[in-house]
Design a protein around this ligand. Structure first.
Ligand code: NDP
Length: 500
């Protein structure tokens, strides 16, 4: 049993009131840790520590800040197996996924921003009238609030650019998955980060998260999570004009064109769609949850996809053969099961899956776990609730389309606009889709392929702002225009006329 602690001002400590949250492995429902149930008092202490540490951190040479992040990446890399195991038991995801995706990506985030900040070029423009430059002044204390689906991956995606840009950080990981952020905090101390530069406060969103968002000394907030929470954060931040970046939910379309299903191409398309819909048990905000299939290809594609999904192995996250592990919690499983029931009552037809995995077929160790079978549903109108609201589980719907305009209208016909994928072998057609889809990312014949220099984020109910590359670094800094008059100017009279 691990005892997770807050990191505040360089010291590990429990919540000021002593309250704790019990943390469970959702695959076994066994308790694995306790975490502090922090209060506004703890948040105050963390923000104060971050505010005090800010001037010295901001004034460090960029190379020094970059070096700290690189050292932290080295330590996560050194302990990557331990991080992967912990991430797997905290979330229920397959260990193989934590090993191949979550932890390598967390390391890559740290290294990427350590390098990116060094590569940032000074923005300067010369004209006959003088020289204009843009200085980027770090904002101050950054609140980094991350969710449970990709805990370390998304926490580092926020804290690394914040620290690289010269902000200090108060992080608030999800109460459901505190372990990897706690381990990261330990490695940050080992890496020699000055005290107060990185603080991590554990606790419940509505209590410690809300206190952090409302704190007057927090300069900016970067948040990934649900759309409703994002809305409440935007409201709480508005009165003090805090800068906010929100990465929220999605109802992402995968558009499958007939030519992507013709001949041998069908296998790669089926594989790609199965991955896009069910990676991490469908608990990735970019998962394809609506699969739009060109009607002429339906009979060739859908049975193959159903057969592929039937072969996905759901089971013990520790087994190397497992494709899907447990959902994040028993409560979330009930939510997903209720969403499938609602789809059926709307007229949906379950083609595969549709229910909790029968515990009798699960290995004994994980019989109590929150396992839901990967599920495909068709016969639902694009406007049905199940095709409009995010389920955030291993559930995708299939919708036929006849024309590209119809596919575009269906894909754009929800309040969300996070991402989409287009499975199409004709480049001009794929590019036309990419131009017409109202979302932040369009993948063509691929899904979740990421170049960290490229911005990612959503439109409408999927969020505000972009993260990635220079977009992330710029989020954490205020651009200040510094304009010099002509260098040759000597006469005060002439100078005056230049500025007029
Ligand atoms: P939340 O949006 O509630 O949680 C995300 C983070 O915000 C967590 O750290 C949470 O803390 C914190 N938080 C919650 N309430 C507040 C608040 N008022 N002020 C500040 N911080 C807060 O996501 P859930 O875990 O409840 O999931 C709900 C839904 O959100 C999912 O079903 C899914 O639809 C979507 N989601 C989307 C994700 C994405 O990547 N876009 C990721 C995760 C969820 P705590 O966990 O302690 O409550």
């Amino acid at each position: 049993m691990r005892v997770v602690q807050n990191l505040i001002d360089g010291a590990f400590q429990g919540a000021s009131g002593g309250a704790i949250i019990n943390v469970f492995d959702p695959a076994t429902l066994g308790q694995i840790a306790t975490a502090p149930d922090s209060t506004a008092h703890d948040v105050d202490a963390a923000v104060e520590a971050a505010a005090n540490a800010f001037p010295a951190w901001r004034d460090l040479p960029v190379k020094a800040r970059s070096g700290f992040l690189d050292r932290l990446a080295d330590l996560v890399e050194r302990d990557s197996e331990e991080f992967a195991r912990v991430e797997s038991i905290d979330t229920g995801k397959p260990l193989s996924l934590a090993r191949s995706l979550d932890i390598p990506r967390a390391i890559a985030n740290l290294r990427f921003f350590a390098r990116e900040v060094l590569d940032t070029e000074l923005e300067a423009y010369e004209t006959a009238q003088g020289r204009a430059m843009v200085r980027r002044r770090p904002l101050g204390v950054a609140a980094c609030i991350s969710p449970w689906n990709l805990p370390l991956y998304l926490f580092t995606w926020k804290m690394a650019p914040a620290l690289a840009a010269g902000c200090t950080v108060v992080g608030k990981p999800s109460e459901v998955t505190p372990l990897s952020a706690w381990m990261l905090a330990q490695r940050a101390v080992e890496a020699g980060f000055p005290r107060g530069v990185l603080n991590v406060v554990h606790g419940r969103g509505p209590l410690s998260g809300a206190a952090l968002v409302a704190h007057p000394r927090v300069a900016c907030i970067t948040f990934t999570g649900g759309t409703m929470t994002g809305e409440s954060i935007a409201r709480a931040a508005a009165p003090s004009f805090k800068r906010v970046a929100l990465e929220l939910g999605g109802k992402n379309a995968a558009i499958v064109c007939a030519d992507a299903v013709a001949g041998d191409a069908v296998d790669a398309t089926v594989e790609g769609i199965a991955r896009a819909a069910f990676t991490n048990q469908g608990q990735v905000c970019h998962c394809a949850s609506r699969i739009l299939v060109e009607r002429s290809a339906w009979d060739r594609f859908v049975p193959r996809l159903v057969a592929r999904v039937r072969r996905l192995q759901v089971g013990d996250p520790m087994e190397s053969t497992t494709d899907l592990g447990s959902l994040i919690s028993a409560q979330h499983l009930l939510k997903v099961a209720a969403a499938v029931e609602a789809a059926i009552s709307e007229g949906g037809r379950v083609l595969v899956g549709g229910s909790r995995v029968d515990s009798a077929v699960l290995p004994e160790r994980v019989r109590g776990g929150a396992f839901f079978a990967p599920t495909l549903i068709d016969s639902l109108a694009p406007t049905a609730r199940s095709n409009q609201e995010e389920i955030f589980g291993p559930v995708a719907t299939l919708i036929p389309f006849d024309t590209d305009d119809e596919a575009i209208a269906i894909a754009n016909g929800t309040r969300y606009g996070l991402s989409a994928s287009v499975w199409c072998r004709t480049d001009t057609r794929a590019q036309r889709f990419a131009g017409a889809l109202d979302c932040g990312t369009v993948w063509i014949n691929s899904w979740m392929v990421r170049d960290l220099r490229v911005p990612i984020g959503g439109v409408r109910a999927s969020g505000l702002g972009r993260e990635g590359g220079t977009e992330s670094l710029r989020f954490f800094a205020e651009p200040v225009a510094v304009v010099h008059g002509p260098r040759e100017v000597t006469s005060p009279q002439l100078q005056g006329s230049t500025h007029a």
